[in-house]
Ligand binder design. Structure first.
Ligand code: NDP
Length: 450
């Protein structure tokens, strides 16, 4: 049977572009369909613009710290529109790179919304195109809760990255990655920032001690924490929003940002009629090779709701391409994937939390360290760094590493290699530290926690 293409990729984000480029490199004829800008969530609406704004927001704390080191700094002012314009220019540059990556690889980029119409066909507008394989890499979208007024009056991370002006007061609803990262951004730029979350601590699923440490640190940085609280109603009067919380209090703010999770972006993809099985959240159910219930249709990245991180999507896309077109079959390991939350201070971890390690191994040994980073001594910042190693007592293997403190995302990448390689506590102990750094604590923790 003759098809228009060997492969149609729907979605030109991190996972889709990697899969398309590598497949084309292996000789496949590839089309990529994208309804928005190439680059996807990470480049256009997520990791990249978020981190640029995060970098921008950290200078206020740097200026405070600089005073302790003898700098005389007048109260600095900030030009928000200038930052947004600089960020937009950078995104445009990156979008251009993504377009070039696809054209250099020989893949056709088709603008439009792709709807799956069968095991080998996709409609884009009025045009139906066919391929031997279809790869769905359409990512996720912010999830709005069904709360009166929320849909009309709340923004999501999409809009928060493009605000025309900095809010003077903002309520952020949620206690996950996105909520904490944006709370740090707005707080850093001087907005009065509230974090409203339903659990007693933020970041459910993270190590309990890290959750306690970050709640305290965010509060010390000036974020107004509302634990165990939900939003029950939102109304607006002109630009001002009235946000009623479950404890009966009302916050008047100029923005409410919903950061209450993301859903796979599958509702309009036509998966039902194509017979592709989806789970409760709309995620495409795939096997270890990223193959859906329809053998010719694959899916990678957030749309599968496995581990929703850019590098995971990229690896899944690359493994798909090598397996299907490169004669190098392989599957991605989803074990011991390190990640960082770019809150202020940031958090990073790899492996299991203490509670999960206890469940998995029974007897564990925990090493931890809490200290004031050297830079914080004469800057006068009281904030503590927290570090924790969790060891399976029987094998001596390090099965969980957690940190809250400056540069922990950078530090954890190297630790992730050690954990992935199965390093033992004895291996950590045999490693000589780099002095003076915070990271050296990971190789100098001698006494287990009592
Ligand atoms: P998360 O799942 O991290 O957080 C969602 C938050 O919304 C949680 O605090 C959750 O509370 C809350 N929530 C969900 N449902 C309700 C409800 N019905 N009522 C009240 N609160 C609710 O999602 P995010 O949107 O923050 O991020 C999505 C994913 O994107 C992350 O899990 C991560 O994989 C990825 N990401 C990664 C980043 C990075 O690597 N730095 C940055 C940003 C995103 P509860 O915990 O109590 O359920």
């Amino acid at each position: 049977m003759a098809f228009d293409y060997d492969l149609i990729v729907i979605g030109a984000g991190s996972g889709g572009v990697r899969a398309a480029r590598i497949s084309a490199g292996h000789g496949a004829k590839v089309a990529v369909i994208e309804a928005d800008r190439p680059g996807g969530t990470c480049v256009i609406r997520g990791c990249v613009p978020k981190k640029l704004l995060m970098y921008g927001s950290t200078f206020s704390a740097d200026v405070e710290d600089a005073r302790g080191f003898g700098w005389n700094v007048d109260a600095p002012t900030h030009d928000w529109p200038a930052l947004i314009a600089a960020k937009d220019a950078e995104l445009e540059r990156l979008e251009g790179i993504y377009r070039k990556l696809l054209s250099n690889a020989g893949a056709d980029l088709i603008a439009g919304y792709g709807v799956v119409t069968g095991p080998n066909t996709v409609m884009v507008g009025t045009r139906e195109i066919s391929a031997e394989h279809i790869l769905i890499a359409v990512g996720g979208v912010p999830q709005m809760l069904d709360v009166p007024g929320m849909n009309e009056h709340a923004i999501t991370s999409n809009e928060a990255l493009d605000l025309a002006e900095l809010p003077s007061e903002i309520v952020i609803y949620g206690g996950g990655y996105i909520a904490l990262e944006f709370a740090g951004i707005f707080n850093g730029f001087g907005a009065k920032t509230h974090l409203v979350y339903r659990s007693d601590l933020p970041l459910r699923g993270f190590d309990e001690d890290v959750r306690v440490a970050i709640a305290e640190a965010l509060s010390d940085r000036g974020i107004i924490m509302h634990p165990g609280t939900t939003v029950s109603n939102v109304s607006a009067n002109g630009g001002a929003k009235s946000i009623t919380l479950s404890d009966g209090s009302v916050i008047e703010a100029d923005q409410l940002m919903a950061a209450t999770g993301r859903s796979p972006n599958t509702s309009k993809l036509g998966l039902d009629s194509a017979g592709v099985a989806v789970g409760r959240k709309g995620e495409i159910i795939v096997d270890a090779e990223s193959r859906s219930s329809v053998p010719s249709i694959f899916a990678v990245g957030d749309v599968t709701d496995r581990i929703n991180l850019t590098p995971v999507a990229i690896n899944e896309g690359h493994a798909f391409a090598d397996s299907v077109y490169g004669n190098k079959p392989r599957v991605v390991s989803h074990e011991n994937v390190a990640s960082a939350v770019f809150s202020q201070p940031p958090i990073a971890s790899v492996g299991l939390s203490e509670a999960d390690a206890k469940d998995a191994f029974g007897e564990i040994t925990v090493f931890e360290s809490r200290f004031r980073a050297m830079k914080n001594t004469i800057s006068g910042r009281g904030e503590k760094t927290y570090m924790k190693l969790i060891v399976d007592t029987a094998s001596d293997r390090v099965v969980g590493v957690h940190m809250m403190g400056p540069d922990c995302g950078e530090i954890m990448q190297g630790i992730g290699i050690a954990v992935k390689a199965g390093a033992t506590k004895a291996d950590f102990d045999a490693t000589i530290g780099i002095h003076p750094t915070a990271a050296e604590e990971f190789v100098t923790m001698r006494s287990p926690r009592g």
